[in-house]
Design a protein around this ligand. Structure first.
Ligand code: THG
Length: 370
């Protein structure tokens, strides 16, 4: 097939780190929140091996922020998620799936509490801003909801602490998981959080002025030189090993928070109102029909997944695989699949269909065990 070019119009937003990302030889982008998100610089496997041993700098500006500020900010944030947000302290972040009045997943952001009455909702790929603005207006809430000029830059990998300590001093090592401080790097104000979309540890630096993006990138890049820093991106192999599901791929607006197995992040009986409450209670009563599950295929590496692969049991279609990669750590293919409830328990033996070929597949728990 002919190579195809994606036109960079005004609707497809670039990032504050674009110049450096291009100079570093980005090979592919995806589109996320109407913005480019780098996917590859070399190969997924090379980048995986480097990420697990050293440290990488990721342009994740496409994880846009929806700011909610004002006297009713907490009330509004509580309404849109079944997670209880009041216990989240200023200086803390929480992973909080958003759910609508049918209990369907709108997004799975990190919510950052900047002040008693001020939050950033750090979103995955869906148009949360419009939805939240509609709810705020419809309810007559006293808040302002907007997209600020904020762009996360992630520093991920086992040497991330060393890089940030060289840059800002030893005290950054004391920042706890999902906590943040406000500081400056290269003379620009940043929020510095211990978080990020890998299991390798690290930080996310929230730039608050696009014009300073290159200066911020350069400062971290410089500090990273002696720690073998390289450019990188959220990595398919690593995220499968770590169990990070991707909104838009592994779950969509068609799936409920229960089907996505989000229970451990939710407080369904929280003492304040939220939109999805009645729908979730009804689903719990009636039973959930599907479940997002981990599936292992012990074969040589499967071809790259485009779209979805069918999963069968006794000749019946029971679900589909949405992400898959060969894991060097488990020496097997790892996959996420939305499966019928009856076959979603760890230990179930299923059949994966790839290009007309059958592969035995086993359902695992969320840590790839049993
Ligand atoms: N960073 C920022 N924003 C984001 C992402 C990010 N927005 C979109 C997307 N990624 C959100 N998805 C996740 C999913 C999981 C985690 C972070 C973002 C995560 N989970 C831990 C876990 O599951 O063990 C901790 C969850 C918890 O304890 O609350 O880290 O990467 N800025």
């Amino acid at each position: 097939m002919n190579p195809v070019e994606l036109v960079l119009s005004r609707r497809l937003r670039m990032t504050p780190f674009e110049t450096r990302v291009r100079e570093q030889g980005v090979k592919s982008y995806t589109v996320y929140n109407h913005m480019v998100l780098p996917v590859n610089f070399s190969s997924t496997l090379e980048e995986y091996l480097h990420l697990c041993e050293h440290v990488q700098l990721w342009d994740v500006a496409a994880e846009r922020q929806v700011e909610v500020v004002g006297p009713d900010a907490l009330e509004l944030v509580e309404l849109i998620t079944p997670r209880h947000i009041a216990p989240c302290e200023v200086g803390q972040c929480v992973y909080a799936p958003l759910a609508d009045e049918e209990g369907l997943v709108i997004n799975d952001p990190i919510i950052i509490r900047l002040a008693h009455d001020r939050f950033w909702i750090s979103i995955a790929d869906s148009d949360v801003l419009l939805w939240v603005k509609g709810i705020a207006w419809g309810r007559g809430l006293n808040v302002r909801v907007f997209e600020p000029d904020v762009s996360p830059l992630a520093v991920q990998g086992p040497k991330a602490d060393d890089v940030m300590a060289d840059l800002l001093g030893e005290s950054v090592r004391d920042i706890k998981f999902f906590r943040f401080i406000e500081t400056t790097i290269a003379n620009t104000d940043v929020v510095l959080a211990r978080s990020g979309w890998s299991g390798q540890g690290g930080f996310e630096i929230y730039l608050q002025k696009s014009a300073d993006g290159v200066a911020l990138w350069d400062a971290v890049w410089e500090a990273g030189q002696k720690h073998h820093i390289r450019p990188g991106a959220p990595n398919l192999i690593e995220r499968l090993e770590t169990g990070l599901k991707s909104y838009g791929s592994d779950m969509t607006q068609e799936d409920s928070v229960l089907e996505c197995a989000f229970e451990r992040y939710l407080h369904l009986d929280k003492p304040v109102p939220y939109m999805a409450k009645d729908a979730i209670e009804k689903q719990l009563e009636q039973g959930v029909k599907r479940r997002l599950s981990n599936v292992m295929i012990e074969s040589s590496p499967l071809p790259p997944l485009r779209g979805l692969w069918d999963v069968c049991c006794d000749g019946q279609l029971v679900g589909q695989v949405s992400s898959c990669a060969y894991s060097p750590k488990y020496e097997a293919n790892l996959a996420f699949a939305m499966l019928s409830q009856e076959v979603s328990n760890a230990g179930s033996q299923l059949t994966l269909m790839v290009d007309g070929q059958e592969y035995p597949a086993t359902v695992k728990d969320d840590r790839w065990k049993s």
